[in-house]
Every structure is written in C-alpha cells, then in structure tokens.
Design a protein around this ligand. Structure first.
Ligand code: GAP
Length: 482
C-alpha cells in the first residue's frame, strides 16, 4: 500500500504521514464534497464565517455526541446544561470580560493594515504578500491599544445609544452560563463535590485577525465543562483531565504525533487561572519551523474559586460584599466536614470547529493504485463518519437489483446513517465514499437475487466479504463499534 507522504514532513510515525499536508487541502475537500462552505458566498462571503454542509453538520454532530457521551453518560459525576447566549450584562461585568477580554491592536502607518500585536505571524503584510506583518522594513506600527472582543447587541425595542440598560453581549464563552447556574444545578441534582457541568454551544468573539479556515472565526462552537471540587483536590483533578483528554483525542483517531501539551507561562495565564495547559494540534505541518506547526486545540485551566466568588453576593470577610448586584451566594456547604467554602473549578474547554479540522486533517490520506492514479481516503473513526454505509446497486438498469438495494438502505437507516447511490460506475461510487470517509459500502449484484447476500467492502483495506442480507445490520453494527 502506498500512501501520499508530505515531502516536508519531519514526522517519522507512519500514521502521521497519512495526515493532510496543509489546511488548504482540507478547505478544498470540504468545498468539493460538502463539509464546509464559505458563508454568504453569493454575496462575496464574510471573511471569517463558514457554513457546514450535509457532511459537515453530521461530522460536527458526531463530534459533539462523542464528547457528550464520554463526559456526561460514561462518567457518573457530570450534569448537562444549555444556557442562553444573551445574558444579563452584569454577568460579563463580574466575570471580568467587560474590562479584560481584549486583544492588543496595532495599526501600520505604511500599509494601513490593522493587526493583533501578539499574532503578527498569523497576518500577511497587505503590501508585501511574501512576509508577515511586522517583517518588512517599511512596517511602522502605532502604539498598541486594547480592543474588546465581545459583540454588542441591544435587548428590546430601544437603542443602546438611548438607553445604556439595553446593552447586551453575545456570549464570548459558554463557561459563564455554567457558573451562574451552579446553585440551580447543585440544588436540583442534589450533587456533592466533586462534580461537573457540561455545555456545548455557540460563542462569539470579534476576533481582530480571524483566519486559517475554521481555526479562528468570529462565531464558533465550544464544548466546555466546569468541574467543581475541593481546593486541595484541584491540582490532581486538573492533571487527570489533561491526561484524559489526550487519550480521548487519540480514541477519535488523532495521532499522538500530532498532539502535544503546552504549559502556559505565568505571564500568559488568564487573571483567574492558577495553571493552564493547552493541548496543541499540528495544524500547519507544511511550516519549516517545527515550533510554528502547532496551535491550540483546547485549553484545560485550573480557574481556582474566582468565578463562583465573583458572582456571589455573600460577604467574604469583614462584611464586605464581594458582589453588590448578585442575589445569590454560590458557596458550597460540605455536610461531612461542616465547612462552607467556594469550590475550585477545573475547566476543559475545546472548540468543536478546531476539533473537526484536526479530525479531518488527521484522517486525510491519499492512496495510489497500480495505474498511478491517486485517490483520497478519509480514514475517519466509524463513530465520527458522517455516513456509515452506502448501498450501491451493481446494475442500475435492473429494476429488481435497484429495488432490493433501496430496500436494504431503508432497513439499515433507522440503525445507522445510510445512503443509496446509483449515479456512476462502481469504481466511481467507491471512490466517492472513500473520499468522505464512509467506512462500509454494500454492493447488491445479480447473485444477491439468488443467494440473498451482498458484498460488504471495507474502506481502509478494500477487503470484500459476502454477508447474508438477514445478518447485514448486526454485522455492520458490530464493525461500527470497533
Ligand atoms: N472558557 C474558557 C475559554 O473560552 P479559550 O481558550 O478562550 O477558553 C476554548 O477557548 C477553546 O475554544 C479554544 O481552545 C478553541 O478550541 C476554541 N476557540 C476559542 N476561540 C476561537 C475562535 N475564535 N474560533 C474557533 N475556535 C475558538
């Protein structure tokens, strides 16, 4: 078997050699096969917005379901939540986002471009396309100024210009919706520490330099879990989630060679964090400099007791109110030790879109046949594959074969995402399914009418097996679970 190997790749691991050579390869596959399209394309697009097509929405749903299943169903210490995107503005005042959620901006007097000072490497110089912002002798930057990333909106039939009380924000993270519901969930679920609350949903950031396809966008989806625990247990639990998430990513088919950890320095830590470790993915394997091949897939933070304290009305010491606007105390009473305290929070926070990009890049392979023809095979884990099985008739002009194939698809569909396709020769149909990662193709031929059996073809090995139609669903179910 020959696999396409990125000539610039320094990775020795054979699994890594199967990854996409760059993000552009995935952009083109996504557009060609209906994973992701540029948003508002017929009006010229909108820079950083992307729409998910029929395969993209299935893949994203499968990723979210896998995350939810792993955390909420397979563990017994995590509850789910779905909080509002638009909250009372005070949430963002006390979380610190109104004052601190900003990026440093610089304007260039020479090219008139505007850049994020800490991400100059991510921006091309508009005047000299071969260099990054800041690399040309002509670059002449203004002093940096802070730019708040929250999208503003108004609530009700008033304008924020007329009435400041109408001002609201689209949430920049799902996490705060969890903190402000801590007591609701605690009271209704009757949980005891330690326990977590998980949430998946859209977040919005008016990023200064969005880019790299779906890697950094202004509208994106997060999968966040806030795990509440006793302060002394926080370092251990933090480490357990760092280890656990690396394993989970690998269980989704991502090669360990394309994952690495990054420990944030004290200068990089958010004001609320005691320790944060990012899990990086090799999104830019084509870059010569190994250090520049990596970027953040997720962050796992020890947020201390900052969030529950900051949203609490309770006096901390000496009768001084921590928060004069809140009506609730978010402290926790431990029945066993008779202590009242603010739990620490461990937060694993991942982006759906960044994980989807990593999954696509890692699953991407090219295979060359004896005639020198190269085809794309997307080696997605069956759990994540948008379509699990394609039913293909070998003779589309034979009505009995077509109707048997359609019936088989119909019978499989309630158990797994199945499609029927007769719009090409069998080679073309196989290639089409390989390219979108369908683990199995089922072909119905003349013999099927006699022996009530079909051929099941495996995407990765191309091995074929004859299976009785009556046993097909169970056969596929078993193999999909692997
Ligand atoms: N509550 C903590 C928090 O939001 P973050 O590191 O800012 O932490 C968590 O975001 C994850 O959300 C990131 O690791 C990334 O996967 C995703 N993310 C953040 N900003 C993004 C953006 N502009 N576009 C796409 N994904 C983004």
């Amino acid at each position: 078997m020959e696999y396409f190997v990125n000539p610039k790749s320094k990775i020795q691991n054979p699994k890594s050699n199967m990854a996409a050579p760059n993000i552009e390869t995935i952009v083109s596959l996504s557009k060609r096969r209906g994973f992701v399209f540029p948003a508002s394309e017929i009006y010229g697009g909108l820079g950083s917005s992307w729409d998910y097509g029929s395969l993209g929405v299935e893949l994203a749903n499968n990723i979210k379901n896998a995350w939810w299943r792993w955390l909420v169903y397979e563990r017994d210490d995590i509850e789910g939540l779905d909080s509002s995107i638009i909250q009372n503005r005070l949430v963002w005042k006390y979380s610190g986002h109104e004052t601190t959620f900003s990026d440093p901006l610089v304007d260039c007097r020479a090219c008139k471009g505007r850049f994020r000072l800490d991400k100059l490497q991510d921006s091309q110089c508009p005047k000299h396309s071969s260099v990054h912002a800041g690399e040309s002798d002509e670059c002449d930057f203004t002093e940096p100024k802070q730019f708040n990333l929250m999208f503003k909106t108004t609530v009700g039939a008033v304008s924020a210009d007329d009435d400041e009380n109408a001002l609201a924000y689209l949430r920049p993270e799902t996490a705060q919706g969890i903190f402000i519901n801590f007591k609701n969930v605690l009271d209704t679920s009757r949980r005891k520490l330690p326990f977590g609350i998980a949430q998946i949903g859209k977040s919005f950031r008016n990023e200064v330099t969005p880019g790299n396809f779906i890697f950094r966008t202004r509208e994106f989806e997060q999968m966040e879990m806030e795990y509440f625990c006793r302060p002394e247990d926080a370092p251990r639990i933090h480490q357990e989630f760092i280890d656990g998430f690396q394993e989970w990513f690998q269980s989704l088919g991502i090669s360990s060679e394309n994952l690495k950890l990054y420990e944030q320095t004290p200068e990089e830590l958010a004001h609320y964090a005691e320790r944060t470790v990012d899990i990086l993915y090799r999104y830019f394997p084509e870059r010569e400099d190994e250090d520049k091949q990596w970027d953040e897939l997720m962050g796992i933070a020890n947020r201390t007791d900052f969030d529950l304290k900051t949203h609490s009305k309770k006096p901390e010491t000496g009768g001084k109110r921590i928060n004069p606007d809140s009506t609730e105390d978010l402290s926790y009473f431990d029945e066993a030790t008779k202590e009242r305290f603010y739990p620490y929070v461990i937060e694993p926070a991942a982006g759906v879109n960044r994980l989807l990009l990593a999954v696509l890049m890692d699953a991407y392979t090219e295979k060359t046949n004896d005639k020198g023809e190269t085809r794309v095979i997307l080696k997605l884990k069956p759990e994540l594959a948008p379509i699990k099985v394609a039913v293909l008739p070998l003779a589309k002009n034979k009505p009995e074969i077509v109707s048997l194939a359609k019936q088989i698809k119909k019978d499989l569909q309630p158990a797994m995402r199945a499609v029927y396709d007769d719009t090409g020769g069998i080679g073309k149909l196989y290639a089409r399914q390989d390219e979108i990662g369908t683990p199995f193709c089922v072909t119905v031929d003349h013999e099927s009418l006699e022996d009530n059996a079909v051929t099941v073809r495996d995407r990765d090995s191309w091995a074929q097996e004859r299976i009785k139609i009556s046993e097909l669903k169970e056969h596929l179910r078993k193999r999909l679970r692997k």
